[in-house]
Structure formats: C-alpha cells, structure tokens
Ligand binder design. Structure first.
Ligand code: ADP
Ligand code: MG
Length: 730
C-alpha cells in the first residue's frame, strides 16, 4: 500500500491509537497527524527551575528519580474514603532536575511502580502540578523512563541531554509520547510527501523541502534544523494565506460594480445643512471614497480612526452618495445598542431628509430603517418591505441583516462599523445579498499594525483619520486604588459633583451578575469574582450615589428595555448609567462627562480606551477613573498606568497588541485562517508575512490560476473553501 497524506490513520496505525487520535485530537489522516506539531521540545535540564511550575499547570518535566518511599495512609476525614478503613498505600517518588530541585510524585495503591522508578533513572513525567503541605507535586503522573542501557548510562544520559524531545498537545488518554510514537511510525511511511511550495521559490529562498521539514519539526536533529523546519513551514502558511488574500483582491478588482457618481441631491442637501466643517481628514478620505464609489469596480476600503474621529459621518456621506443615485446602503453594527444609536443619530442628522415617503418631505429624502434580531415579526414586516422595495435607502442593523429573508432592492454599499467584531465571513454574507458586488467600507477604531492589517484585512485598502474634530474636550484619566477609602470616597464625590453640575456619568463593571458565574472565576476560589453591575447598582443606590437617578444597562436585558434605558439616558432622564461593556463602542451622549471603571484591570487596554471615549464628547472636559486592586508595579497596574498616561489610541493599540495572545489578534476575524496558521505569529513573523505578501503578489500576477503549481493551488483553494464553508453555515 502506498501511504499518502490523505491516507486514513486507521489504515496505518493500530485501531486503538487511531481512534484515540481521532476522538481526542481530531486527527483523521496521515497529513493531519504530521500537521500536529509539537508545541515545545523538552530537554533534560531545561526546566532547571522546577519551583517556577505553576500550580494547576499541565507540565512535562525531565528529571531523575532520587528516591521512592512506600507509605500507608489514612485519608483525612476517614468517612467516605475509599477502601475499608480508608487505608491505602502511597508511593512517594522524589525526582530532581540537574540543578537539584525536587518535585514529588505520588501514586496511590500502585506500589508496583517502585520496581521501575528506581533511584538514578531519568524519565519524562507529565501531570498537573498540585501543592500539598507547601510542596509541589504531581499526583499519579504519566511517565516514560529513559532506557536503562546499563552498559553505558553516561552516554545514554548524554544522548538524552542532546535530544530535543517533542512535546505534543495531548489528552489524558493519549499522552505526548504516544503521539510521538504514532508520528514516528507515520513519518517512516511517507518519507517524501509531495512538496506544495513552488520549487523555484523554495530554492531561491533556500527553504527545506517538505519531507525534511516535517521530519525535523517532529524529531529535530538539532536546534538549527528545528529552526530551518519552522521557517520553511511558516513560509508555507504565510504564502498560502497571502495568496488567498491577494487572489481575492485581484478577483474583486476585476468584478463589475454599479458606479455612483460623486455628489447628488440628498448628499448636497445634507452637506449644505451640516452644522460644522469637515475636518481635513474627513474631507480627504471623503474624496477618496467618493471617487472609488464612482468607479465600476467595487471599493474595498478600511477606515481607521480613533474613537470620536468622526468615521460615522464619513460613512454617512458615502451612503448618501449611493442613495442619491438610486442605490441602497447597509450599515452593519456589532451590537443592538450601537445599531439603535446609529439609527437615532443618523435619522437626527438627516432630519427631514430621512422622511422619505411622508407628506411634505423634500423630494430627495429617503427612509432610514433599523433591523435587529429582536424585532418581532410584526415589527419586521414594514421594515423588510421598505428594504425589498428600495424605499429605505439606508438600512441599519446588527447581524440580523445577514439572515435570509432580508432582500435588498439594490444594495450598493455595505458599511461595517467596528470591524473587529465581525469576520470577513459576515462581511461576505452581506455582500452576497447584492445583485452585483457592492462597495464595502469597513470602519475600525482599533489601529492595526501593518502585517496584521495585511492578514486580517489583507484584501482592503486603508485610509486613516488622524485628527479629532475641533472642539473636542480633553479626557483626564486616573488610576484609583480600590483599597484606598479616601480615594474611593473622592471618586463617588466627583460623580455627584458632575451630576450636580447638570452632567451625566457612567459606571462600568466587568460582569452582569446573577446567574452568569462566568468561566473566568470558576475554580479560582481565593480570588473574588469580578464586580457585577446588578450588585453594584444596588450598592450605589443604597449608599454612595443615593438619591441620584441610576439606570442599568447590560447585554442580557431584553432589547426594548435596553433601548428604553439608552433613550432615557440620552435624554438626560438618568444621571448615571451602570453598565457592562455594551457601551464600549460608539455610544454617544455628549452630556456624559465622567466614567468610573470598576475592576479596571479586567479590561484590555484598547477596551479601556474605547470605553473612555464615551466621555469628553461634548464641550465639557471628560474624566475617567480606573478603579483597581492591582498592585503598583504589577503588569496589570502598568497597563492601567499606560492608559492613564496617554490618549493616543494608536500608541495604546500597539501596546495592547504586544500583550495579547496570538489567537486574540486573529480573533473571530478569520476563523478559517486560524486553523490554518499553526506556527506563524502575526506579530513576531512580520518579516515573513511581508515577504510572503510580495511573493504571493508576484505569483498571482504571473499566473492568476496558479496553473504551474497545482499542489500549491490546492492548498490555496482549500483555505479559500474553509472560509466559504463558514459562510454557508452563517
Ligand atoms: P467615531 O465613529 O469615529 O468614533 P463619530 O462619527 O461617532 O466618531 O463622531 C463623534 C461625534 O463627532 C459625533 O457626534 C459627530 O457628529 C461629531 N463630528 C463628526 N465630525 C465632526 C466635525 N467635523 N466637526 C465637529 N463634530 C464632528
Ligand atoms: Mg463610531
């Protein structure tokens, strides 16, 4: 039988192993298994500091047995313990690393293990780190002992010391060495799988061939080989990904879209009544967009601009240009609160230009409708009608816009607000509702480094708004230690002062409360759970903010209630809004001047920056107080200090990115990409990504269908299809 990457593991491995690989790790084929890379490599002595093991960590350590002692034990409490009288046999094994640091292994009623766990033997020990009477231990660890090789133990240890032992993502049923064994078997069956990288490129860049790279990543001969293997495999990931994006960009550049000439009655009327001047940036980006909408190819543009830089206005003017020439525009918002607010503020800005179809409306007027998931069937019907007939020029909504049954008469422009909450897939789903590819404008307040932009938004052109509209008020930010009574009192007094001066405030908490004992506090018994809005509002109402008009807003309220609260707050009928991060993006109440963020260390840097962007939106200066228990000098506290020290969103975003994990960077943005990118780091491998982008561009230019490199084309198609699959499910 000739074994290929597509061969099922069941055909080449034992039934039990194959099943464990499939059930535990989702690995079905030879290729799947070879793509299951070690996540690190153990070396004897690598973990010299055994004391740094964290309690609760799943670890694999290389160490030498020092002593094994059998004891009998009676479990504390006695009652309910296993066995008659609750007595059992405990085998305690002390192992040590090269530095002499020790770790205790315990085995219950497995005294026979003392025969193999004899002093002097080296092995790998894997388990969860626990603490007992102040000592770290692994309870019933799995282990693999180094061959005894009594003939020459020194050289065996020497060899062991030099060997990089792969450590695989594993499961309880399938420890890492069993995975290693299966990989070893399979590697022997496919010594040289077909190489998917275009050969000329591989040779020019001096990259390892595929078979060698796979062998070396699983069983490295040296650190050098391991490095070369990783480089080669990262290049493959980067090149495939960039080729998908470059090809996609090339394809859409060739698509035909409806052109919408600049200006037009409703846009001109709107501009004429705009109460302020556009900023220079708004004018420049506006002109760029206006020109692109006028072309016969779809626009794909990303608009970056800090919180409050006036992106929505830029988008609205683009929408009006489309509406002026008979098209429809959809605005996709990440939350119902934000969609509702966009609807309110856009209708307000448009005035009677949004009164299309009503008596006395100007002839150029259109309708602006809101469509969210929570609308009842009866509420939806007239809205859907207006969308279908084209009477609604501007359709605002959440992902409800993506559902079946929402049919546009003539969708010409899709605007996606706060893109980091949406994936390319959703963007595509909405685009699919247009008869011709619509123009697309994506707005984000989170600045993105170039290589990340290249990947996550690899098919978009980028514009930036770098200045805030004139007349913005500065926001002062301070960190308040939660344990300092005087500061805390002062915090609430400041809120009362703002309210007394006729202004409003936000109090933000990380959690809703009630039944949502969320994942992050499960198990962590010594840590108090994050503060919850439902508790905090009671406390504030009874004490610190007694007598003020408080409103509660969080994601689990029903949508009518959310809308009611938001309206009341916007109208000034509430003094203080106690909320979760539902207010994070876009909420715009210019009279709100102060914000208190409780448990501030629980939020990310960019998130805090977004949150604080809710104040200082009017003529009065903003105040943001970050209340936290984080110790001075701790990493959490440093993040808060960073937020307090600057209002430069771009600087903060970069800091944030450095601290975020890779997975979060990709976020939900590219679900297909995520499973594809195993080794490549969007942050650390910026040079590979940039170089791969250039290579991909050259490849696609020379050979759009990649006909010269079928194996490579197949990988590219696979990744492109992964994304399509999600689309169909969505
Ligand atoms: P972003 O979405 O970029 O955070 P918005 O579009 O919500 O910012 O704008 C914030 C506020 O600034 C809105 O109230 C908007 O009406 C106002 N605004 C926008 N452009 C200008 C401008 N050129 N001059 C004055 N105010 C502006
Ligand atoms: Mg906005």
């Amino acid at each position: 039988m000739s074994v290929r990457l597509e061969t099922r593991l069941r055909e080449v491995l034992g039934k039990k192993t194959a099943e464990a690989l499939a059930d535990g790790l989702g690995l079905e084929t030879v290729g799947d298994l070879l793509g299951h890379y070690p996540f690190r490599y153990a070396q004897r002595g690598e973990r010299t500091d055994l004391a740094s093991l964290g309690i609760g960590d799943d670890v694999t350590v290389a160490a030498q047995v020092r002593a094994a002692v059998k004891k009998t034990f009676t479990p504390r409490g006695g009652k309910g313990a296993r066995g008659r009288g609750g007595r059992g046999e405990l085998l305690e094994v002390i192992v040590a690393d090269e530095a002499g640091r020790t770790l205790t292994l315990t085995f219950f009623n497995q005294g026979w293990r003392a025969k193999e766990l004899v002093a002097g033997r080296w092995g790998l020990f894997a388990g969860k780190v626990a603490q007992f009477r102040g000592r770290l231990q692994l309870n019933s660890p799995q282990y693999q002992l180094l061959a005894e090789d009594a003939a020459d133990p020194a050289s065996a240890i020497e060899e062991f010391a030099g060997t990089l032992i792969p450590v695989y993502p594993a499961t309880a049923e399938l420890p890492t060495w069993n995975v290693a064994k299966a990989v070893h078997t399979v590697l022997g069956l496919v010594p040289s799988p077909p190489d998917p990288l275009p050969a000329p490129l591989r040779e020019r860049l001096g990259l390892l061939d595929y078979g060698t790279a796979l062998r070396q990543i699983h069983r490295p001969d040296s650190h050098e080989y391991l490095g070369a293997a990783k480089k080669r495999l990262k290049w493959q990931e980067a090149l495939v990904m960039q080729t998908v994006l470059v090809r996609r960009k090339a394809e859409s550049a060739g698509e035909a879209a409806d052109p919408y000439p600049p200006g037009g009655a409703i846009l001109d009327a709107f501009d004429a009544r705009l109460p302020f001047d556009l900023t220079a940036g708004q004018r420049q980006v506006g002109a760029e967009i206006a020109a692109e909408l006028a072309r016969e190819h779809p626009m794909h543009r990303l608009l970056q601009g800090d919180v409050g830089s006036g992106k929505t206005l830029v988008a609205l003017r683009a929408m009006l240009q489309v509406v002026a020439h008979g098209g429809q525009a959809a605005l996709l918002a990440p939350t119902e609160v934000l969609a509702a607010q966009h609807h309110r503020s856009i209708a307000e800005m448009l005035g009677d230009l949004a009164a299309g179809g009503q008596l006395g409306a100007p002839p150029e007027a259109t309708q602006v409708v809101l469509l969210t998931g929570s609308a009842t069937a009866a509420q939806r019907r007239p809205v859907l009608d207006a969308v279908t007939t084209g009477a609604a020029g501007i359709v605002i909504g959440t992902h409800a816009l993506l559902y079946d049954g929402v049919d546009f008469a003539n969708l010409g422009l899709v605007v996606v607000d706060e893109q980091h909450r949406f994936g390319v897939e959703q963007r595509d789903a909405l685009r699919a509702k247009a008869k011709k590819p619509p123009h697309t404008l994506v707005m984000t307040a989170t600045p993105i480094p170039r290589t990340v932009a290249m990947t996550v938004y690899g098919d978009l052109e980028t514009s930036r708004l770098t200045e805030l509209p004139a007349g913005r008020s500065p926001i002062a930010t301070h960190v308040v230690p939660y344990t300092d009574q005087r500061w805390m009192q002062r915090t609430w007094t400041r809120i009362r002062e703002e309210v007394a001066a006729g202004r409003q405030a936000y109090v933000v908490c990380p959690r809703v409360g009630g039944a949502d004992q969320d994942a992050d506090d499960a198990g962590a018994s010594d840590k108090r759970p994050p503060l919850a809005v439902t508790d905090v509002i009671e406390e504030l109402r009874a004490n610190q903010l007694h007598g003020l008009r408080l409103g509660l807003l969080h994601g689990r309220l029903d949508p009518d209630e959310k809308d009611r609260v938001m309206r009341a707050y916007a109208a000034g009928d509430l003094d203080v809004l106690v909320a979760t991060t539902v207010i994070e993006v876009g909420v715009n109440v210019p009279n709100a001047t102060a914000m208190v963020v409780l448990d501030a260390e629980r939020f990310g840097i960019s998130q805090l920056h977004q949150l604080r962007g809710r104040v200082g939106r009017g003529t009065h200066p903003g105040l943001c107080l970050l209340v936290s228990e984080a110790f001075e000098g701790s990493p959490s506290r440093e993040r808060l200090d960073a937020v307090a020290s600057t209002t430069d969103g771009f600087a903060l975003a970069e800091l944030d990115l450095e601290q975020r994990r890779e997975g979060d960077v990709l976020g939900a943005a590219q679900s297909g990409m995520k499973s594809h990118v195993k080794l490549l780091s969007l942050l650390k491998d910026a040079d590979i990504i940039a170089a791969a982008r250039a290579e991909a561009t050259a490849l696609v230019e020379a050979d759009p269908r990649l006909e010269r490199f079928p194996a490579f084309a197949a990988l590219v198609d696979d990744l492109a299809a992964d994304r399509g699959e999600f689309l169909e499910k969505g």
